[in-house]
Design a protein around this ligand. Sequence first.
Ligand code: DGY
Length: 320
Amino acid sequence: MSKIVVTGRIPEVAVERLRAEHEVDAWSAAEAISREELLTRVAGADALLTLLTERVDAELLDAAGPQLKVVANVAVGYDNVDVPACTARGIIATNTPGVLTEATADVAFALILMATRRTGEGERVIRSGQPWKWGMFYLLGSGLQGKTLGVVGMGGIGQATARRARAFGMDVIYQSRSGLGPEVAAGLGARRVGLDELLATADVVSLHCPYSPATHHLIGAEQFAAMRDSAYLVNTARGPIVDEAALADALRDGQIAGAGLDVYEREPLVHAGLLELDNVALLPHLGSATIETRTAMATLAADNALAVLAGEQPPTPIEK
Ligand code: DGY
């Protein structure tokens, strides 16, 4: 029997799956585990199930000890995991791709609609008790039909967002390290372009690339200047891909028309300049937040850990 430490609350079905085979120490409090507590608890663990709120670095791996075999991150993004530090210690790192694709694309599209149709602003009017009445020019937004969606990072979530855009009558262009196969590209009606062309052309720019040093502040002052003043930016990937201070300036100065964010540079903090603006829709990192998706994510992470502990290949190792 191995020892598995689960560092945050996850759906019980996944914990039960682990408990059926191993000794499990699962953090069950609603608040996140403190770093100090985490470093103490992981001692002697053979497997860790980690959430994106925990930093998995050399210090944590060493606190666990040399018997640690697997870090199963319950997220598709793994910028919280120092993968080279895992590899150097012979620890397998895994993530949860695929199972949160549709849920995250739903939220990307919700943000596209919130930003372009000003639904957050409208709701704030009602809730604040301000007087309002229907008017020909009241809270006019921007339609999507015939407009162009620019997808930055055309992995599963980018493609799922593109499919939604097609259903709304949008054209799709994309920028990605690797191009789509001809059949997939044709199915999505998507044309691959460089980032400069995408920024200059798209009516809505939606970010779906992973966060890494290479994508840190990929979208900043220079990129906002290159976008159309009628364009919108949506980010459901990772906060630090966007320079939030530059975004607040661009939104305030009318360099772009609006934005929708689900992720932030310093979560849970949100840049104060954004909070003052009406032309940005703000959600608290809800991309994968459905019961079905969170259950699938936790179950996949559990399967990854169990496979490694059984000496087998995990279903979804992090691809380097
Ligand atoms: C992920 O899996 O990376 C998401 O951000 C979690 O919501």
